[in-house]
Design a protein around this ligand. Structure first.
Ligand code: HAM
Length: 414
């Protein structure tokens, strides 16, 4: 029954067998966020294009090449959100959250869209879960959001995870460093890839991220910002590290770490998983002390992260077994269908998972189907109004009083 229609390139369907492990992951994340006081927030799937141009940065690959941008019927330019932080900062300002006790701690989970070349772990519609802590400049906030993701990956037992940590310093401190980095790149222009060469003056940091061999050679001797951190920037970074050390969170300081968004200041981090191949980053984030101001608010320090749900699931590579059913209600006689429905509904109201035959099967094939859906018990409604309870594990069968069934099946006292 194949149809000529297929899910668009770079997108995928989440089938029920996949939805189970996804559900487990989402519940684990929601519990971790809730225990640390990160309240859920949801923002629209699309925003004004200018929000991302301003927030994510015009020189980034995301804004230059990867946005799904369209015009609405009123001629406004809208973009399917490529990430969540800019939207959440927009919502923080729009709803006057700066007037609340600070920091405001938010969590989210949902679909995001980037027009990238699809491959394993890289999609055009993917899902992120994330947390943002807005209004705190303390290194405690950096350590807290890093630990949220470390805890989640730990609890899910994602194998082979490494945390890489870096710092970009404040915008002011970075300015002088970027001039030196540009000078280094210009001095080696001939050895750089075309893409890096063209962006020396627009986004020199991205050169650290290049796969090109010549560029990598140049970057091996490039100055790094981590070795140049001074004053409060250096203290902040040292304190984040000390907090992670004290909490027993393992990490490596990676002076070449850069991220694909322009808003970062000071701490940046990335959780990578070697099992994932080329798209090895499971999640990452950092501090973005200038973003709220960039979007028109007062200077407001903030830090957060996002993780790719599909990448976590790929790294886990395990299927959650089906939950099975508490009972299946079968009829020995079609006249009993009304009673079967009423009984199934009564049991469902008592929080039991119960299915009944919707396909007009014979009793024999109802029993087979009950087995297929993983029913632990089958109630067989006979033509004379009596009811049998069959234990699918032992095969044992006995007559039961349907009036006492709820108590019997939920283990309650009658
Ligand atoms: P990002 O690094 O661009 O950061 O994305 C976060 C995570 O989303 C990545 O580590 C990756 O797991 C997943 N991801 C990104 N693109 C794709 C894709 N095309 N297919 C599948 N998974 C993908 C951000 O988005 C920032 N907003 C994170 C942040 C929050 N920084 C501060 N607060």
């Amino acid at each position: 029954m194949a149809s000529k229609f297929q899910a668009p390139r770079g997108t995928f369907d989440v089938l029920p067998e996949q939805a189970r492990s996804r559900g487990r992951l989402e519940r684990a994340a929601a519990a971790i966020f809730s225990r640390a006081g990160y309240e859920p927030i949801a923002t629209p799937a699309f925003e004004d294009t200018s929000l991302f141009e301003r927030g994510v940065g015009k020189s980034t690959d995301i804004v230059r090449k990867e946005m799904f941008t369209f015009e609405d019927k009123g001629g406004r330019s809208l973009t399917l959100r490529p990430e969540g932080t800019a939207s959440i900062c927009r919502a923080y300002l729009e709803h006057g959250m700066h007037k609340l006790a600070q920091p405001v701690k938010l969590s989210y989970l949902g679909p995001f869209f980037r027009h990238e070349r699809p491959q394993a772990g890289r999609y055009r519609q993917f899902h992120q879960l994330g947390a943002e802590c807005i209004g705190a400049d303390s290194p405690l906030a950096d350590a807290e959001v890093i630990m949220l993701l470390a805890d989640l990956l730990d609890e899910l037992k994602v194998p082979g995870v490494e945390l890489r940590l870096g710092s970009l310093g404040s915008f002011e401190a970075r300015r002088a460093y970027l001039e030196d980095l540009k000078a280094h790149l210009h001095a080696h222009e001939g050895e750089l890839s075309k893409d890096v060469r063209e962006r020396i003056d627009i986004n020199p940091l991205r050169a650290f991220d290049s796969d090109d061999e010549g560029t990598r050679g140049v970057m091996a001797s490039a100055p790094t910002i981590v070795e140049r951190l001074e004053g409060e920037d250096a203290e902040h970074f040292a304190e984040v590290r000390a907090l992670l050390d004290a909490a027993g969170v393992a990490y490596v300081v990676d002076p070449t770490l850069v991220r694909g968004l322009d808003y970062y200041t000071r701490t940046i981090f990335s959780f990578v998983c070697d099992a994932l191949g080329a798209q090895s980053e499971i999640g990452g984030g950092g501090r973005y002390d200038g973003l709220i101001e960039q979007l028109g608010g007062q200077p407001t320090p903030a830090v957060g992260f996002a993780a790719g749900i599909e990448r976590i699931l790929l790294a886990l590579d395990e299927e959650e077994p089906p939950a099975g059913r508490d009972a299946f209600v079968a009829v020995a006689d079609p006249d009993q269908r009304g009673r079967a429905m009423a009984l199934a509904v009564e049991l469902r109201h008592a929080s039991l998972s119960v299915e009944l035959d919707l396909a007009g099967r014979t009793l024999k094939s109802q029993l087979k189907h009950a087995d297929r859906v993983g029913a632990r018990r089958v109630l067989i409604l006979d033509a004379d109004g009596s009811t049998q309870l069959r234990d699918m594990g032992t095969g044992e069968q006995r007559a039961v009083d349907t009036g006492k069934l709820v108590d019997e099946m939920t283990g309650g006292e009658s």
